[in-house]
Design a protein. Structure first.
Length: 216
């Protein structure tokens, strides 16, 4: 079986010139049972609309085999829309994607967005508004598994604190890395340590579904 990933830059495998920036999808295979294939169709900047428009969603579906898992983690970019129906549109798109997977006898798994590193007065601030709630409600309505990465990564960042959580993200001082000669302070995109930490969370959440179908 395979685990297929549809998502944005926080899931995607980043190009070499962006290292050590990395999405959690690039690390997921290291934390899953031997024999699990991971195919990552996530793309930086992706929304539930653009994933269809640029052909990535169709590419994923073309490789989907019965009983494969399809993890859907979008929302970081969907939430940037100022349309009054943005949340409903996002929810409807996810529902359509779940239906696409079911039609091909795949197993969809909905994921809420990973949390950004935004601290105010030592407390982590939510930045996703109503979007994670829409995913939770949709998972319940459609009776599909949910990986609540908003809550899980909130707990992860709060456990590390404002200073300790910095190493999970792409933070580098000037001169520390040739890809970022002027330094970088990115509180959305993970560094390798953060990608690994989130991938381990996802792997634990989906392992029961993976073990049902993996032949070692």
């Amino acid at each position: 079986m395979a685990v297929l990933l549809a998502g944005d830059s926080t899931v995607a495998a980043c190009p070499p010139h962006e290292a050590p920036m990395s999405g959690w999808g690039a690390s997921l295979g290291f934390f899953l049972p031997l024999g699990t294939v991971v195919r990552n169709f996530a793309k930086g900047g992706a929304t539930t609309d653009s994933l269809r428009a640029d052909g990535l969603w169709n590419a994923l579906l073309s490789e989907l085999e019965p009983a494969d898992l399809v993890l859907l983690q979008l929302g970081h970019n969907d939430q940037k829309s100022d349309a009054p129906d943005a949340v409903d549109h996002y929810r409807d798109n996810l529902a359509a994607m779940v239906a696409d997977v079911h039609r091909r006898a795949g197993r969809p798994v909905l994921c809420t967005s990973v949390q950004r590193r935004r601290f105010d007065g030592g407390r982590l601030v939510d930045t996703h508004g109503a979007f994670p709630t829409a995913v939770r409600e949709l998972a319940s309505e459609l009776t599909v598994p949910l990986v609540d990465l908003t809550r899980r990564t909130t707990a992860l960042l709060e456990s590390r604190g404002e200073d300790g959580s910095r190493r999970l993200f792409t933070h580098l001082p000037p001169g520390a890395h040739p890809n970022y000669p002027d330094g970088v302070a990115d509180d959305t995109h993970f560094a390798y340590a953060g990608a690994d930490a989130v991938a381990e969370i996802v792997a634990r959440e989906i392992q029961p579904f993976v073990e049902e179908n993996v032949t070692v």
